[in-house]
Design a binder for this molecule. Structure first.
Ligand code: NAD
Length: 293
């Protein structure tokens, strides 16, 4: 069984980004710049944004963190995004989701310039992805593709089962795996909360991507011997014995599934780290387009 280690794979991606950035800086170019917006003080969001900022520093990018209280009005937030759209020193903009209920996520996403949409959530980038045109790929599915590439997991002609159809993970993942790409060309089954025979379908998957947010959902009896298992789930499960009072759990019952799998990602230490690698790749791509290299 191969452990698809996000630490190892993301370190390799980050090293190549850093080398490219170092050359650009040595040639007198400015650093790539990611601006992150955080609304409120949700614990998980704080952690994600802090990690993104730290990772920017590690590869030589500039980053800005713009914070708003949870009661910020929608117009103020949209105006901030417009300001960043117009700021030529900013290459990538991300607004950490989820947002408070009174703010429309759709409006926020559509306000970000598609050229700076390094999360790849804008409908223009989503549409381009569907048509196989160059675009910003949502960071988590992008990170998973980078993971498959790093470990040279063969996908062509395989049956991939994706569980979850969100715009940020499951749906774009299903598109990438079915696309004519080096680590695509799968036949994809996309399962969701209304899929009646999910266990049977999952059992047919050569590759299973679990992205539903239900800890331990994928059990050993649902996967076939030798399958490749990608666990996207991140759920904080209360645990009094843990230092922080919770543990991070994936969507896969790791121990029992690992015993049958050919390869599997751990949680934590798997897809989450690759998501950041995907985000950094997108930011570098936005920067290169912006400065014309
Ligand atoms: P979401 O809530 O937007 O979507 C969940 C999807 O799962 C829905 O399409 C729903 O139809 C499906 N689903 C729910 N229950 C189901 C069931 N019982 N059977 C079949 N399908 C079911 O969630 P999301 O934003 O796509 O995130 C999914 C999980 O991935 C969450 O745990 C989230 O925290 C995690 N996540 C991790 C990363 C990362 O970097 N590792 C990034 C994004 C999301």
């Amino acid at each position: 069984m191969i452990l698809l280690d996000g630490k190892v794979a993301s370190a390799a991606v980050k090293e190549s980004i850093k080398q490219e950035t170092d050359v650009l800086l040595a040639n007198g170019k400015r650093a790539p710049h990611l601006a992150a917006i955080l609304v409120g003080n949700n614990g998980a969001s704080e952690t994600y944004v802090a990690s993104k900022v730290k990772n920017c520093e590690e590869v030589g990018f500039q980053s800005s963190l713009i914070r708003f209280d949870s009661d910020v009005d929608e117009e103020t937030l949209l105006n901030q995004i417009i300001q960043l759209n117009n700021d030529t020193s900013v290459d990538g903009i991300l607004v950490q989701l989820p947002l408070p209920k009174h703010i429309s996520e759709a409006k926020v996403i559509e306000t970000i310039s598609p050229n700076k949409d390094v999360d790849g959530f804008h409908p223009i980038n989503a549409g381009k992805l569907v048509q196989g045109l160059p675009s910003f790929i949502p960071a988590t599915p992008y990170g998973i593709m980078l993971m498959l590439e790093h470990y040279n997991i063969q996908t062509k002609g395989k049956h991939a089962v994706v569980i979850g159809r969100s715009n940020i993970v499951g749906r774009p993942m299903s598109i990438l795996l079915s696309s004519n790409l080096p680590y695509g060309n799968c036949t994809v089954t996309l399962c969701h909360s209304h899929t009646p025979n999910l266990n049977e379908l999952c059992l047919q998957g050569d590759i299973v991507v679990a992205a539903l947010g239900r800890p331990g959902f994928v059990k050993a009896e649902m996967v076939k011997e030798g399958a490749v298992i990608i666990d996207v789930g991140i759920t904080r499960v209360t645990d009094e014995t843990a230092k922080k009072g919770f543990r991070i759990k994936g969507d896969v019952a790791f121990d029992e599934v690992a015993a049958k799998a050919a390869a599997i990602t751990p949680v934590p230490g798997g897809v989450g780290l690759m998501t950041i690698a995907g985000l950094l790749k997108n930011t570098l791509q936005a920067y290169k387009a912006s400065i014309g290299v």
